[in-house]
Design a protein around this ligand. Structure first.
Ligand code: FES
Length: 504
């Protein structure tokens, strides 16, 4: 059988593989953080790798996506390239240090645990997974990884379509396997057997919970967008093929609606904003900008399609916030000063980096208020990592969708941004975001910057609260049940604001 040598900064690994195997399959099974926003259809050009040896000829898709000089330098699309004999592939590092957020602060509360010995809290994000293990004395270990479902596409809609095209089993299997791996790691790090985990709370957006539980997600993808399943349900470890105790209680928190998931239910719990009288807004920006407004005892939610730009996907040089990603940029002496996670050569740019990049490019006068770059040339950031006009347009659509969502929620409640007491920013992207630059590019109304409280992974922290005090379960279910969701797809205020918020 052919031998494949994977070469990364961590060293070399040699495996044997079937002739005809796709490089993308080999890389993903080896744990490489390969990006495949188009789901391996050869359209997005994001699964680029450098490869040499006995490989299939470049396909038409590769010829369209790659420049001749890239092809002659051995750059290939991993989803189009098959192994024909021995070969070498240069890969990114496995996930090490990075921006996947497993931390998040919560206030003091009394303990009434859902578990007997050990319990796990898990957040299934569209891009990342995060987990924490708890014992009777509190948290004992944590672990993060990338969501392996990204091979079916970067956003929720492509995954729902994959499920509708017969991939339900595969989608569930890959995320369950990855959660299982995280549970084993949590247990190993804590020095216990994974079977001692006797309870887990697994949160996520509505689509992610459907795909994990093998529930039919098709109602989430078509009007009238009514979810038949909103969870708030308990199963057992064996029902979800998890390696914890077979009878472990597995609780999936209740979602608000088809648009607003259990991740917002648990993030709200962790934020504590519904325990106070003041008006507050919570946002979690990922491929969707999910948000919830607490005003005069009512909870008003919405979800806006931000697209994958803020998760580092879909951009010409985008990547998740892991080693090698440019995560911070500032204008310095008329140039761009960049910071790369892990202090290694830049391999791409992640969500927080692209917000900084756009703010700096505007500050330096290299782009006008409509988002048009003043030069035909791409903007080089570091090495071959660059920003092109199409990237600016993606960010423009994403920031406009989020800001218009915020304004629509405020308008529906009959208040303005100045009346907000707290602006709670949840999620991994929000944790690393430069709040001034986010306001500068118009991701949210500028009045909110000074009211911002960054919560970290509040969805995971809220799941942990459910794990540590069972009283929160009914409280969170009531909050989700009593919330109202604003459907932005038919909202005239949103349409108007979406256009108005386009300018930089
Ligand atoms: S081109 Fe390969 S994943 Fe999109």
């Amino acid at each position: 059988m052919p031998k494949v040598t994977f070469i990364s900064q961590n060293g070399e690994t040699v495996i044997t593989a079937e002739s005809g195997a796709l490089l993308s399959d080999l890389l993903l099974s080896g744990g490489s953080p390969l990006e495949m926003p188009c789901g391996g259809k050869g359209r997005c050009g994001k699964c680029r790798v450098r490869a040499e040896g006995a490989l299939s000829k470049a396909t038409a898709d590769e010829a369209a996506a790659l420049r001749p000089d890239e092809l002659s330098a051995g750059i290939r699309l991993a989803c189009c390239t098959r192994l024909l004999g021995d070969a070498a592939v240069w890969t990114a590092n496995r996930l090490e240090e990075g921006q996947i957020q497993a931390e998040g602060a919560v206030g003091f509360f009394t303990k009434k645990p859902y578990f007997r010995h050990y319990g796990a809290a898990v957040d299934i994000g569209t891009t990342t997974l995060a987990a924490r293990l708890y014992g009777q004395d509190g948290p004992v270990s944590s672990a993060v990884s990338l969501n392996p479902q990204r091979i079916f596409g970067a956003d929720v809609i492509s995954r729902i379509h994959a499920a509708m095209n017969g991939k339900t089993e595969e989608l569930a299997r890959c995320v369950r396997e990855e959660i299982s791996r995280l549970l084993v790691k949590l247990a190993d790090d804590a020095g216990i057997s994974v079977e001692e985990i006797d309870a887990a709370v697994i949160t996520g957006n509505t689509a992610m919970l459907h795909l994990f539980a093998k529930a039919d997600p098709s109602p989430l993808a078509a009007a009238p967008f009514q979810a038949k399943e909103l969870f708030g349900k308990t199963g057992e470890g064996k029902d979800f093929d998890l390696p914890c105790h077979p009878q472990a209680k597995i609780y999936l928190p209740r979602c608000m609606s088809a648009f607003v998931g259990a991740d917002i239910t648990t993030a709200l719990l962790a934020s504590g904003i519904c325990d106070r009288d003041e008006t507050a807004l919570l946002v979690d920006i990922g491929t969707n900008g999910e948000m919830a407004l607490w005003h005069q005892g009512n909870l008003l939610c919405c979800s806006t399609a931000a697209g994958p730009a803020f998760e580092g996907a879909g951009l010409s040089c985008g990547m998740p916030g892991v080693t090698g990603a440019i995560d911070r940029i500032a204008p310095e002496d008329g140039k761009l000063a960049v910071h790369v996670i892990g202090d290694v050569p830049a391999a791409g740019i992640c969500g927080s980096g692209v917000v900084d990049a756009v703010a700096a490019i505007r500050q330096l006068g290299w782009m006008d208020e409509t988002g048009r770059l003043s030069s035909e040339e791409d903007i080089s950031l570091a090495g071959s990592v660059r920003i092109i006009q199409k990237d600016i347009r993606m960010v423009q659509l994403a920031k406009s969708a989020v800001c218009a969502g915020v304004k629509t929620l405020l308008d529906t409640a009959g208040i303005d941004a100045a009346s907000l007491h707290t602006f709670a920013v949840a999620g991994g992207f929000g944790s690393y975001l430069n709040l001034s630059n986010a306001a500068r590019i118009g991701l949210y109304p500028p009045e909110l910057e000074k009211k911002a409280a960054v919560l970290g992974n509040a969805a995971l922290s809220g799941a942990a609260m459910l794990l540590e005090n069972t009283d929160f379960i009914s409280r969170s279910e009531q909050a989700a049940h009593g919330s109202d969701t604003v459907d932005l797809s038919v909202n005239p205020v949103f349409m108007e604001q979406y256009i108005e918020c386009m300018e930089f």
